[in-house]
Design a protein around this ligand. Structure first.
Ligand code: MN
Length: 207
């Protein structure tokens, strides 16, 4: 039986402090992310071991594998698990700056410039009503990058897109420090993005 565990945070809870405060990081990782891990394990237990031999991204990509009555929980808890796992990895205390290499080239091709990309990302992020995520994804079908939003904990994998970078726009991600100032949270986030990680992920996927 596959059991998922809370992934280790790749840096200290206080290390993004100027942009995301320690208390938010602590609660977000130890409480919220843990609850998705627990919910996912519980759901998989109910389904039984035989029907889910694959890693969660494969399951989210092909929900037909999961008995219908459990699909909603897999989408929520499995998405929550994987969305947050990627979210932590794509941030770093030494992050920020500009994307480089192929990632930068592709952003220029599809969004004109990094500045225009950030504007579009902000606009899409602010368009989310309620809880959700804004993503930079790789569209494998058309071999291009796109910005998309998902509701709740829906994963881009379910929409046949590979997430490269995602921003958590649930209130729990920013409310303690930024309250209703969602645009300040989004602006701050650019300062902690680990473009090396995002760029490597993109290089591995695209040909
Ligand atoms: Mn979250």
């Amino acid at each position: 039986m596959v059991r998922y565990q809370l992934p280790r945070l790749p840096y200290g809870y206080d290390e993004l402090e100027l942009f995301i405060d320690e208390q938010t990081m602590l609660i977000h990782h130890k409480k919220h992310h843990q609850s998705y891990v627990d919910g996912l394990n519980k759901t998989l237990e109910k389904i039984g071991g035989a029907s889910h031999p694959q890693y969660i991204t494969s399951i989210l990509s092909d929900l037909q594998l999961i008995p219908e009555e459990h699909r909603k929980d897999i989408v929520f808890f499995g998405g929550g698990f994987e969305n947050h796992r990627l979210f932590w990895e794509t941030m770093n205390p030494d992050g920020g700056g500009n994307p480089t290499g192929k990632m930068s080239d592709s952003i220029d091709v599809y969004f004109n410039s990094f500045e225009d990309f950030k504007k579009k990302f902000l606009e899409m992020s602010l368009s989310i009503e309620g809880s959700g995520w804004c993503w930079l994804v790789f569209n494998r079908t058309f071999n291009k990058i796109e910005i998309m939003t998902t509701k709740n904990q829906d994963s881009p994998w379910t929409y046949n897109k590979t997430p490269l970078l995602g921003l958590d726009l649930w209130e729990h991600a920013y409310y303690l420090k930024y309250q209703n100032r969602k645009n300040e949270y989004i602006d701050s986030w650019w300062n902690v993005i680990n473009w090396d990680y995002v760029g490597n992920r993109f290089s591995e996927l695209s040909v």
